[in-house]
Design a protein around this ligand. Structure first.
Ligand code: CTP
Ligand code: CA
Length: 227
């Protein structure tokens, strides 16, 4: 067995967690981003630290103060987040809770785009961002033993999550119904369906802190049973 420093079910384990949105600059004053508070990812980092893990939290821009209880790497764009994740690996577990922007600008303007006197509208040209979860999931040497993704969906929750599980070669997808009638987007709670090759597990509506604690103890139980 490995030597254990910290106490807890994840003692001696390394965990990498992504959190928050990414910002993709359009010009020096504007950006593209997903809505994301970062609360779920930061709660996961807290739960993993409490379980004794060595944690690296890779965070996009959020309004949460930089914690002093975990190693934080702050990034802006999806490409920076991918580089930070690769630099933080190898790890036993990676949890990709970040809401990564799917697209960036094909070319970032060096000057602020100005309104045209004629009223002509700007046309933005996009390029697709790298998929961090899929990149790590298909990595020969750096793929963690347990790779967990998130999926916020407004429809076909389980089918979409199962597709992501396969395409990205993840072990679990933490699927989360964010259709407008749930009123959950940006709030403090989530109703999770945990999707894996073994099937779908329905969790009750829980606070993000409780989701984090439940997911971390599930991860610890899985790793400790695979030892
Ligand atoms: N993800 C990622 N890199 C991306 C996009 C997504 O690592 N460029 C990760 C997210 O962190 C999350 C999972 O993939 O863990 C699912 O993200 P989601 O946006 O739901 O998946 P997409 O494949 O981008 O599909 P969609 O068209 O629904 O946005
Ligand atoms: Ca996406």
């Amino acid at each position: 067995r490995r030597t254990r420093g910290a106490q807890g079910p994840l003692a001696g384990r390394k965990v990498v967690i992504t959190a928050g949105p990414t910002h993709e600059p359009i010009d020096p004053v504007r950006y593209i981003a997903n809505r994301s508070s970062g609360k779920q990812g930061y709660a996961l980092a807290a739960a993993a630290v409490a379980a004794g893990a060595q944690v690296t939290l890779i965070s996009g821009p959020v309004s949460i103060a930089d914690p002093d209880w975990v190693d934080v790497v702050k990034v802006e764009s999806a490409r920076e987040m991918l580089a930070a994740v690769e630099a933080a690996l190898p790890a036993d577990v990676a949890i990709m809770a970040a809401a990564v922007a799917d697209w960036r600008m094909a070319e970032e303007g060096r000057q602020k785009i100005k309104k045209e006197a004629s009223g002509a509208l700007p046309v933005l040209k996009f390029a697709e961002n790298p998929d961090i979860l899929a990149t790590i999931g298909h990595h020969d040497s750096l793929r963690p033993q347990l790779l967990v993704g998130f999926a916020a969906e407004t429809q076909n929750l389980v089918t979409n999550a199962q597709g992501k599980l396969q395409r990205k070669n993840a072990d679990w997808i933490v699927a989360n119904d964010v259709s407008p009638q749930t009123g959950i987007m940006g709030g403090d709670s989530n109703t999770i369906r945990l999707v894996s090759a073994d099937g779908v597990e329905d969790w009750p509506q829980l606070s993000k802190v409780d989701v984090a604690e439940r997911l971390i103890s599930r991860i610890a139980a899985t790793l400790n049973s695979e030892d």
